[in-house]
Ligand binder design. Sequence first.
Ligand SMILES: CC(C)=CCNc1ncnc2c1ncn2[C@@H]1O[C@H](COP(=O)(O)O)[C@@H](O)[C@H]1O
Length: 272
Amino acid sequence: MSERVTDDGVAQRGAGYRKGPVLLRGTQIPDQTTDQRLLAGPQDTDWLHNDPWRVMRIQSEFVEGFGALAEVGPAVSVFGSARTPRDHPDYAAAVQVGRDLVDAGYAVITGGGPGIMEAANKGAHEAGGLSVGLGIELPFEQGMNEYVNLGVNFRYFFARKTMFVKYAQGFIVMPGGFGTFDELFEALTLVQTHKVTGFPVALVGVDFWQGLLDWLHGPVLDRGMVSAADPDLLHLTDDPTEAVKYVLERGAELAAVERAAQAASADAPTEG
Ligand SMILES: CC(C)=CCNc1ncnc2c1ncn2[C@@H]1O[C@H](COP(=O)(O)O)[C@@H](O)[C@H]1O
């Protein structure tokens, strides 16, 4: 009878071959152990581009992201155009947002890129605070802006977007394009569907955003696509300092409501 060695190196006379939890006998017994296959020389690399391997990479983005950001503390995410020039008033407003957030004891989280992201990180950095950049791999990569002092680079938009919400107590949204709309509407959808609670959102730039609010209050509401209270999830202002004040105060109010609701449900008598 042949002698086989298990993955654990245990010789098994006549008992078959144990591969993890699987028992193999007769023709099912492989020629090589799992370790031998692992250590074998160059093989074809198609697996690198297959979904099961991608799942491992995706998982590692969450593990690395959670690990890097777990101790960020109170924070607000700031969004806006990657293309805003440094001499534009929106840039100055975003610097002010970053500075005010740090002065109030909050970290600033951005996409780590140029434009508004750079401006908010600059304000946070200059105020001596925590300036977080969640970068994304793009074909026209610009790299993490120089004002980020804690940066994490992501391959996948969806993993990165989880971090913007998970580690922030609210959003401040400056004028921007599709990327900014995507981040804004993701937050609104999560609030509307109660996936996140107590999450204030402020828009800075009345001229720029008023058209969106008119559309939400007009055709969107008239046709019943949102409920009456939904457009009020957005606070519109021209003043960056007011935007910060709103997000922090509204956030504190909503958190208090949430705590009271939790206390009430804990005190409620249980049935049975
Ligand atoms: C100049 C240029 C296009 C650079 C791209 N570099 C970027 N780096 C990091 N995040 C980005 C970048 N482009 C878009 N985003 C994401 O999308 C938003 C801006 O997109 P948009 O410019 O509004 O549509 C940002 O809040 C950011 O989270």
